[in-house]
Design a binder for this molecule. Structure first.
Ligand SMILES: Cc1cc2nc3c(=O)[nH]c(=O)nc-3n(C[C@H](O)[C@H](O)[C@H](O)COP(=O)(O)OP(=O)(O)OC[C@H]3O[C@@H](n4cnc5c(N)ncnc54)[C@H](O)[C@@H]3O)c2cc1C
Length: 372
């Protein structure tokens, strides 16, 4: 079976990897593989720390995918000879001041109600685990099951592995035979036909694609370089500082990813106000970041849905959509790639999970696609 995949972000690439492992022939179409939202992501795999009220269905997906991660990483390593930078370093959620403790305790209550295991720590105990934390922090929660992946390492490995199957062009239109999608037309006029087409194009548009409830939610990210020698922090640190979120994710090369901004203002450049707030809040948690240097400032848009759950489902006999991974697309990659693969190959096993990501849960009129 030949499957044409529009979009070589983390979702398109991982699905291509799984499909190829099951014997399918793949063509990926993307003018800039790996440079969309996946390029900016911090890579927190944090079903426990990122729990929020009213999102039970999302958290079941997150917890399932987190469990699938180690086996997914092993399969990538066995197949490619390269291991993505998946690090089991757990996460500390830290309340900067006493006034932030309410939010921390509410999070812990929610985690317990959902069956996630999280350990409450006094500020002094958190500092024993992570000595770079500020002396005045009010308290913390240790989320032992929350890990991290450097998404760029996985993207690099999969792009190298699938390189000969990637067409570096934009898909401008879906092709149809009768009521069935049969391929894509690219920006150079090339027609690429397949038995199935997968749309994994994030927020990208193309004629004939279904109109989906997606919106861009921008996130500003700073990449900091720590001093040579011992890394500044070992755990991923998520902070609540004056009720504002901030996170610092340590990479194995001593660099740190700093983020948490969330904007819906349509501004496609790094926002200076957000940059200032991120640095100021991060400094209150980990004062040593003032000795780091700036490697990169970058912004990308998360492909967001109204309930933050992905949109994954079949549109017609030849077309499947897998997008809308919102703020958890890196975490949801093993699950999204597996569900997408099963749908495309015609043997979906996970009916409950497919219902929770179905395309029509908002009453979306899929027939009402963007014009050809
Ligand atoms: C700042 C930031 C921080 C984040 N942090 C985390 C995190 O810590 N943990 C986590 O789990 N998630 C995180 N996310 C979310 C995660 O990055 C996304 O959910 C995920 O990357 C979405 O992957 P994707 O493959 O669907 O989209 P993308 O990576 O955007 O890939 C879509 C691809 O489709 C291509 N494309 C679009 N239109 C076309 C077309 N017409 N023809 C051909 N190709 C096309 C694009 O070029 C692009 O390469 C973060 C996101 C952002 C922005």
């Amino acid at each position: 079976m030949h499957i044409v995949i529009v979009g070589a972000g983390i979702i398109g690439l991982a699905t291509a990897f799984e499909l190829r492992a099951r014997g399918a022939e793949i063509t990926l179409v993307d003018p800039a593989p790996g440079l969309g939202a996946s390029h900016a992501a911090a890579g927190m795999l944090a079903p426990t720390a990122e729990t929020t009220w009213g999102q039970g269905a999302l958290h079941r997906l997150m917890a399932t995918s987190a469990k699938e991660y180690p086996a997914f990483i092993d399969r990538v390593e066995q197949s490619t000879g390269n291991r993505p930078a998946y690090v089991e370093n757990s996460t500390l959620v830290v309340a900067a001041e006493t006034a932030d403790m309410d939010a921390l305790l509410a999070l812990m209550k929610l985690q317990a109600s959902l069956g996630f295991s999280a350990e409450r720590l006094l500020g002094s105990a958190a500092r024993k685990l992570e000595p770079a934390l500020a002396t005045g922090i009010a308290g913390a929660i240790r989320c032992a099951e929350d890990q991290q992946l450097d998404p760029r390492s996985l993207l690099r490995i999969l792009i190298d592995e699938l390189d000969r199957s990637i067409v570096r062009e934009t898909a401008v239109r879906l092709l149809r035979q009768g009521s069935r999608t049969s391929g894509v037309l690219t920006s150079t006029g090339q027609e690429i036909h397949g038995d199935q087409v997968l749309l994994a194009n994030g927020l990208g548009a193309l004629a004939g694609a279904p109109a989906l409830p997606l919106r861009p939610v921008y996130g500003d990210i700073l990449r900091l370089q720590g001093p040579v020698g011992a890394p500044l922090i070992k755990h991923t640190v998520r902070g609540i500082v004056h009720r504002q979120p901030v996170y610092l994710v340590p990479r194995t090369d001593g660099s740190l990813v700093l983020g948490a901004s969330s904007r819906e203002d349509g501004q496609e450049q790094v926002n200076v106000g957000e940059m200032h707030a991120l640095l100021d809040n991060a400094r209150r948690l980990v004062p040593g970041i003032v000795d780091t240097t700036l490697n990169e400032a970058i912004v990308r848009a998360r492909p967001a849905t109204p309930d933050d759950r992905p949109l994954l489902g079949r549109v017609d006999e030849g077309l499947v959509v897998s997008t809308g991974y919102s703020r958890h697309g890196v975490l949801l990659t093993p699950l999204g790639a597996r569900l997408g693969t099963e749908l495309l190959l015609g043997n979906p096993a996970d009916a409950q999970q497919l219902t929770s990501v179905s395309l029509d849960r908002f009453g979306a009129q899929l027939a009402n696609s963007t014009p050809f």
